[in-house]
Write a protein that binds this ligand. Structure first.
Ligand code: GLY
Length: 371
């Protein structure tokens, strides 16, 4: 069964389809968008090896041909060199204003290809076919596109909504357990920030979902996408509520920067640890109950996810240095850090003027527990 979540953004509205086997039906899904039966696919070498033949067949079944560029896999692709290569390749492929670019991969590919589509000939349409859990529940929906700068993550980009998102649940079966669990960081984030009922569902069903239960995976993706769509519809360009989606991210970005944006800490792992830290800070500041941070940490551990600073291998800088790294966060406003804190599970809010002494002590205690 195909579930559809509609992202009602007026003339930029689109559907997110969630089902098993969507890649095999990609041609039928995408053909209604096309002026000519041809698409340009941006992917990475890992996804290409696993799934590009299936996508080619799925498009050909409806008479759509494709040309593809496979970039190196990994976060280091998401910078100017591979972005320039992609835009020039699309021009070489004679992609016209009325054509459609397909972003086929995880968050790196979706963000980079979406940004390339945003600037190519002043904007061409694009379709997201996310192949990681993180991309299915977060980055493929909502139109944030971009690349990293030497100064920090995602600092260069544009809002450019996709024309369609195809979340094929079956590809999640090819992810490593670590990749899948990292994506769960973004899934549990939705429960923590705005739906205590979903958090409770995850407490019961999270382990089965992590173990491969397909119905549980489909439900978790759908509920996450619904929540993301609701927030994006309210606040497309992050003037207000959309910032709630960044629960855990101020901490996460500092930790990713400290660990070199690499294998030591995946983004979703940093989000999970960041959410646990955000609840700890919320409790110390008297916003939420003493039980909430423990419940958050218990749920992350139940799923087998990274939870604490102690779960990050290798050296980390001290609390003051982590706070300096937080200063590169996109949520810095008038030079001041903004945090997403919580009044309880399912009730996050944007907090300005947070007492940094409390943040420092929560970080210092977490670092000390690393032994
Ligand atoms: N990933 C956060 C957002 O899309 O706003």
């Amino acid at each position: 069964m195909t579930e559809t979540v509609h992202v009602a953004l007026g003339d930029r509205a689109y559907d997110v389809r969630i089902a098993e086997g969507l890649i095999g039906r990609a041609g039928a899904e995408i053909a209604p968008l096309l002026r000519r039966p041809r698409v340009a696919v941006i992917t990475d070498e890992t996804v290409a090896a696993l799934h590009l033949d299936a996508l080619r067949d799925g498009l050909a079944a409806s008479g759509v041909t494709m040309t593809a560029l496979a970039l190196p896999a990994g976060e280091s692709t998401k910078g100017w060199p591979q972005f320039t290569r992609t835009v020039e390749w699309l021009l070489d492929q004679k992609i016209e204003r009325s054509d459609v670019v397909v972003a086929f991969g995880g968050g790196v590919i979706g963000d980079l290809a979406g940004f390339a589509a945003a600037v190519l000939r002043r904007g061409v349409r694009f379709v997201q076919i996310p192949t990681s859990l993180l991309a299915q529940v977060d980055s493929s929906v909502g139109g944030k596109t971009g690349i990293n700068a030497p100064q920090g993550k995602n600092l260069i980009g544009a809002f450019h909504q996709p024309s369609l998102v195809l979340a094929d649940i079956s590809v999640l079966g090819t992810l490593t357990p670590r990749d899948f669990l990292a994506g769960c960081g973004e899934v549990v984030k939705y429960g923590m920030l705005g739906d205590a009922g979903f958090f409770g569902w995850l407490e019961k069903n999270g382990p089965a979902m992590a173990a491969g239960d397909r119905a549980a995976r489909a439900y978790a993706v759908r509920r996450s996408v619904e929540m993301k769509a609701e927030i994006v519809i309210r606040d497309e360009t992050e003037q207000g509520d959309r910032a709630l989606l960044n629960l855990g991210h101020t901490f996460c970005h500092a930790l990713e920067s400290a660990t070199g944006y690499g294998d030591r800490l995946m983004h979703g792992e940093g989000v999970a640890i960041g959410c646990a830290l955000a609840f700890e800070v919320s409790q110390r500041l008297g916003f939420c109950s003493q039980e909430d941070p423990s419940r958050v940490r218990a749920m992350l551990k139940l799923m087998g996810m990274k939870t604490d600073l102690a779960d990050i291998d290798g050296d980390l800088p001290d609390a003051d240095a982590l706070i300096v790294l937080m200063g590169q966060d996109k949520k810095v406003q008038d030079g001041k850090l903004r945090f997403i804190l919580a009044r309880g599970i399912g009730d996050a809010f944007v907090a300005d003027g947070v007492d940094m002494a409390v943040v420092r002590s929560v970080l210092a205690e977490g670092l000390a527990a690393r032994g």
